[in-house]
Design a protein around this ligand. Structure first.
Ligand code: CA
Ligand code: CA
Length: 738
């Protein structure tokens, strides 16, 4: 069994996800982590007693191997690595909601300290695309920002929602790194510099991303899911009731391929095969894991996997030796596995016995049904062929021609039911559907849904309402238990159907519904038939739609969506939902393989809201400045008062001293109130800035390729220059010059 090669007990609490390893002198790896009260600790057991203490750094009172770095505000992310060309060792980078600090631990000096208005929730350090030097890239309030070693802002772009995780590696396999971004809108986005090249939709906030090897990477979600992707395809995933606090790629069984190491909120560490997700090793801490990193902590040339708990317990593991032959777990884990396997064997034997019983009665029919059952997993809505009914038998035999049919239909809201998509599952003969199990990501609570009609309601048809919360395509994996009315055993049919991306749109239109005022217009060089093909693939439309001009009711928002195409190839999308317009532009251009698309747009009510937000941003900024000045004033006042009170005490003038302390008390209370106001003001400002970043992102999504990037960077320039009119001009025309 694999056991830790070393353990440490650091007398410091460790903030989850804020653990890194840095060689600050270029040689010795130091475990570095954010701790409470705005401090970062640096554990350096290698160069005992050689440390000077200066500037931000101080010595820990509890542990002589630990230096404490004062950040004086809550740390939100940190990392270490090679940033500058002329520094001895790694640079430590510490992000907060307002600042990014690049610190030279070895020389006890700030390299830069930058204000970051969009905050830093996640950080990664490395090379991106063709940019020749490494960048410290932070993800915050819907924005991504990259700094070089001088603190120059060399990279900026916007993304769909608050960023929670980032990773840098060569996703496309062209030798240059892409930036992977996980955010609160459940998406994993891949950026080639500032160009969005891939987008994968998950079903919860993406809290961690880590590169494994090649184009493979691990991910973790806020709902306890961890898994592995290869490029845009998900290999496997598992879901736990605990939270994955930290993930890391490490070859623990020494077979040359990294496993996905996960540290969990219940203190468990597990290592899973990158191919199958099978657990090859696990261990337990007494408290939640905070971080999983690696380094040669014993300085003997061997890299260890190093795990830290939130209580400061640290364990290092060496990869398994050859003698262990990949058996990393102790014998009790093996026994668990044997127990589990023999249970499975029992169940399979039981199933086999049932089949044998059936086969004795209806040998021929049964094999025939089995073959059909398997073809049905591939075919959808296969036509039923006439056959001989075997009647109703308690043994669960069903007619050979039994096939499962599925249909999807849009259902508008009624008095008793919300608007939904109706999935109907039926059999063509007298057989009944005893139960239906549907597995679909992001649609049902817990991802699966079971329909189990009561005995008196049994029939050959089951209807299931489905309400996809977002416009993303969803695979519906359906399992239906089919048999006779009195059957005790059932045949399981499996079918997968895809719900098209824009399924919550209905051709039934209320003639009194107001026309949308928002629109986006662009030209394409393609035939109307191709647009019709796209419509049929992406909407749930009845057969026979032949024109690209359609008007639909948006079943989620209630407004109208009109799509029209002129004979010169100009397409206009009319909707008040700018997000929907962006999704449609992206979907249509990807279907037609259009790489660059310029567009003109106007979303009057949305732009009006944005104008209000921009005014608020100005107000919050000026309030912020006033409050900062007032607080500085008060602080000076307090200092004077304290000196006066102390003087009075030394003179024995207790009355004056008391009076001064009462004044001091009042002033202090005012100061605390002012601080609260400032803090509320700051949070309101952040919310506004998020809206502004989202608006830039939305304006970008109405375009594709170069025009998209141009719109995003021109919008940012307009905001930097406080030129509101230019901003709206760009969002509408797609360019600043015309
Ligand atoms: Ca690449
Ligand atoms: Ca391995």
């Amino acid at each position: 069994m694999l056991v830790p090669i070393f353990t440490l007990k650091l007398n410091h609490k460790v903030n989850p996800r804020m653990v890194t390893m840095g060689k600050f002198d270029g040689i010795h790896p130091c475990l570095t982590a954010a701790t409470q009260a705005g401090k970062v600790f640096i554990h350096n057991p290698h160069t005992r007693g050689q440390r000077q203490v200066a500037h931000r750094l101080s010595q820990s009172a509890q542990d002589s191997d630990i230096s404490l770095l004062n950040i004086n505000q809550a740390v939100s992310c940190l990392t270490a690595g090679s940033l500058g060309p002329n520094t001895t060792g790694d640079t430590l980078l510490v992000g907060s909601q307002t600042n990014l600090l690049a610190y030279d631990v070895h020389d006890n000096a700030d390299i830069f300290y930058r204000e970051v208005t969009d905050g830093a929730n996640a950080i990664v350090l490395g090379k991106l695309g063709e940019i020749p030097y490494p960048l410290a890239i932070i993800g915050g309030n819907c924005a991504l920002q990259g700094f070089d070693y001088e603190g120059n802002d060399q990279f900026w772009t916007v993304t769909g929602d608050n960023v929670r995780s980032v990773a840098l590696f060569d996703f496309t396999g062209d030798g240059k790194n892409e930036l992977l971004v996980g955010s609160e809108d459940f998406d994993i986005r891949v950026f080639k510099e500032d160009e969005l090249v891939s987008e994968m939709s998950e079903n919860e906030t993406v809290t961690s991303l880590c590169h494994m090897h090649g184009s493979r990477f691990g991910y973790a979600l806020a709902n306890g899911t961890v898994g592995v992707y290869d490029r845009t395809a998900r290999y496997w995933r598992i879901k736990s009731k605990n939270h994955a606090m930290s993930i890391h790629a490490f070859d623990l069984n020494a077979d040359g391929v990294e496993e996905l190491i996960t540290g969990w909120s219940n203190g468990k560490i597990d290592a899973r095969s990158d191919r199958t997700g099978e657990v090859i090793f696990k261990d337990n801490f007494s408290s939640s894991v905070a971080g999983v990193v690696e380094g040669d902590y014993r300085m003997d040339g061997q890299i260890q996997l190093i795990c830290s708990s939130v209580e400061g317990e640290v364990r290092g593991y060496l990869p398994a030796s050859k003698e262990m032959k990949g058996n990393l777990m102790d014998s009790s884990a093996e026994q668990d596995l044997i127990r589990e396997l023999s249970q499975r064997k029992q169940n399979l034997l039981l199933e086999l016995r049932n089949y044998d019983e059936n086969a004795k009665v209806h040998q021929h029919t049964h094999t025939h049904t089995e073959i059909q059952r398997h073809t049905l997993t591939l075919e959808d809505n296969a036509k039923a062929t006439p056959g001989v009914s075997e009647g109703d038998s308690g043994m669960g035999v069903i007619p050979a021609n039994t096939q499962l049919q599925t249909a999807l239909a849009v259902r508008a809201a009624t008095e008793s039911q919300r608007a939904h998509i109706e999935l109907s599952i039926s059999t063509p003969n007298e057989t009944i559907i005893r139960a239906v199990l549907i597995f679909a990501e992001g649609i049902f609570e817990g991802e699966s849904h079971v329909v189990h009609p009561s005995a008196q309601n049994l029939s050959g048809c089951v209807r299931v309402p489905i309400i996809p919360p977002k416009d993303i395509p969803v695979d519906l994996h359906v399992k239906a238990f089919v048999g006779g009315k009195s059957s005790t055993q059932f045949h399981v049919f499996e079918i997968t159907r895809q719900l098209p991306r824009f399924s919550m749109y209905d051709l039934t239109v209320d003639p009194d519904a107001p026309q949308p005022t928002g629109r986006v217009t662009f030209g394409i060089n393609d035939r109307p038939q191709r647009v019709v093909m796209w419509l049929n693939q992406n909407f749930l439309l009845p057969e026979g739609i032949e024109s690209p001009d359609v008007t639909l009711t948006c079943l989620r928002g209630g407004g109208l969506l009109s799509i029209s195409m002129e004979s010169n190839g100009e397409i206009t999308l009319n909707t008040d939902d700018i997000d929907l317009a962006g999704d449609l532009v992206q979907s249509l251009t990807s279907f037609l393989a259009i790489e660059d698309l310029q567009a003109e747009a106007d979303f009057p009510s949305y732009f009006q809201e944005l104008r209000t937000t921009l005014t608020e941003v100005d107000e919050f900024h000026s309030v912020h400045q006033k409050l900062t000045a007032a607080i500085a004033d008060h602080s000076n006042h307090i200092r004077n008062m304290l000196v006066q009170a102390e003087d009075a005490r030394l003179m024995g003038d207790m009355r004056t001293m008391k009076k001064r302390y009462i004044e001091l008390y009042d002033l202090n209370r005012d100061l605390i109130n002012e601080y609260k106001i400032r803090s509320n003001n700051h949070n309101a400002l952040l919310a506004c800035l998020k809206s502004v970043n989202q608006a830039i992102q939305r304006a970008g999504r109405l375009r594709v390729g170069k025009p998209k990037n141009q719109v995003i960077s021109a919008c940012r320039d307009a905001i930097k220059n406080n030129n509101v009119n230019a901003l709206f001009k760009i969002m509408k025309a797609g360019t600043a010059s015309s």
